[in-house]
Ligand binder design. Structure first.
Ligand code: SF4
Length: 458
């Protein structure tokens, strides 16, 4: 289904749309407070963008340096060309050690690879241990936000889910009590696990270590308890030196949830005595993206979610409307690279308000990339005739100020005098999702003209 169709489903529940919008926006508001509280914020963004651009320009060298140092530390490094290769490597590692119970901390890469269904089809019990991730796993869905996977669910819905699957009392919806119930349930899974899988927020070439950032400490608990730790890392997660990490750690939590720092920033360099550490380095289309100069910048992404939180389309259409593992602006520029035909509508699901580019801590040029994808998809004939005609007409009008003014006047006249049945018909997509205001709209200019000469108006 296309983005508009999936968005329409989400918009059908206006109450959910409103609080989703507000909940996601609250992250953006907190992010602004943090960003404005640091005078060197823009300098940090520049530094982060520079480090990432440099790393991408010498990625092969840094990957080899990382492998050398990780191996010297005692980790086993594996290379996966694609999602299938990644999943097969993880399964083989688990099978060779007879591991059947895996606890997993949040990793968008494993979502991208479809690891959970693959392992479960091969008899491995996978438990996502991040609270939001566990909620969506129990509900049979994937994450709807890259940082807050269950943000689309009401607490009553979570209470109902826990009642059915975890045996909590019916009607319980207190988030504190529900969290305590989840903690007990997850603790049992942790204590019984054979292996732990984590993502990696960063891999440091200089040390061969990985860095995992969480708020719940679930990654650390798995790593500490399990005799086997598997870390899945995309090739773009590398940074050259340990000193570079500080730049990203200062930006990440502030951009994500508006916290000065996440609760846990864990460094993993070597396996615990008697345990094993395997690092699976995954390409899965990243080198293809690296080879597209216009879209290479998307590989700088540190998956903070800030572009989702600020995007007016994401806030009002929800994460599932994108039909891709990564929703929001970053998903919209990565998805067409993965499959241009399947995701041809995504670059158009944007107002191009530029806000995503403004908030991105590593300065991914998201609006520019969205604009360029529209052009590339058009060149490949993947944009519908209707959309192309509408865009052409819009471009023609917008290039002529006098016509733009006339079109605006016509639209205003239509809103004020047009028959309501016509305004609410299928000809007007806006009206399909929202109620028109009652009565004719009055512009400030009209109101001023009407009252001019009747005494002070301001
Ligand atoms: S593109 Fe930028 S803002 Fe969006 S998730 Fe990635 S780092 Fe964050």
């Amino acid at each position: 289904m296309s983005h508009p169709d999936l968005a329409r489903r989400f918009l059908a529940d206006q109450a959910r749309t409103t609080w989703h919008d507000q909940a996601v926006w609250s992250f953006r508001a907190k992010r602004d407070l943090q960003a404005h509280g640091i005078p060197e914020w823009e300098a940090l963004r520049d530094a982060a963008a520079g480090i990432k651009a440099h790393t991408m320009s010498r990625l092969a060298e840094y990957l080899e340096e990382f492998e050398r140092n990780a191996t010297r530390n005692g980790a086993v490094v594996h290379w996966a060309r694609d999602a299938a290769g990644h999943n097969r490597i993880v399964l083989d590692i688990l099978r060779e050690r007879g591991a059947t119970r895996l606890v997993k901390s949040k990793s968008m890469l494993t979502e991208e690879c479809g690891l959970n269904p693959f392992l479960e089809a091969h008899g491995i019990t996978v438990t996502d241990t991040d609270l939001g991730e566990r909620i969506v796993q129990l509900s049979g869905m994937g994450p709807s936000h890259i940082v807050a996977p269950a943000i689309h669910l009401r607490r009553e819905e979570v209470g109902d889910l826990f009642h059915r699957l975890l045996g909590t009392p019916e009607g319980l919806s207190d988030p504190t009590v529900l969290t305590a119930a989840a903690r007990l349930h997850l603790r049992e899974r942790f204590l019984a696990c054979d292996a732990a899988l984590t993502g990696a927020n960063f891999g440091v070439a200089e040390t061969g270590g990985i860095v995992v950032v969480t708020n719940e400490g679930n990654a650390d608990l798995g790593i500490t308890l399990a005799p086997l730790h598997i870390a899945s890392m995309g090739i773009e997660k590398l940074i050259p030196r340990l000193e570079h990490l500080a730049v990203f750690v200062r930006l990440l939590a502030r951009s994500t949830t508006g916290q000065p720092i996440s609760a846990y920033t864990s460094h993993v360099h070597a396996p615990r005595p008697g345990a094993e550490l395997h690092i699976v380095i995954v390409d899965n289309g990243r080198t293809a993206q690296l080879a597209r100069p216009e879209f290479r910048g998307s590989l700088h992404c540190i998956r903070c979610g800030a572009c989702l939180n600020t995007c007016p389309v994401f806030r009002r259409s929800g994460g599932y409307s994108y039909g891709y593992v990564l929703p929001g602006p970053i998903g919209q520029v990565l998805a067409p690279g993965a499959d241009p035909r399947a995701h041809r509508d995504l670059p158009f699901a944007s107002s191009l308000c530029l806000s995503c580019g403004d908030v991105c801590p590593v300065k991914v040029d998201l609006p520019d990339q969205l604009y360029r994808w529209r052009q590339r998809l058009g060149e490949r004939g993947l944009v519908s005739r209707r959309k192309r005609a509408a865009m052409r007409a819009m471009g023609w009008v917008m290039a002529r100020p006098a016509w733009y003014e006339r079109a605006g006047r016509l639209a205003r006249w239509g809103l004020r005098h047009g028959p309501r049945w016509l305004l609410m018909s299928r000809l007007n997509p806006w009206a399909r999702e929202r109620e028109l205001p009652e009565g004719p709209a009055e512009t400030f200019r009209d109101w001023y003209r009407k009252h001019r000469g009747r005494g002070p108006v301001l």
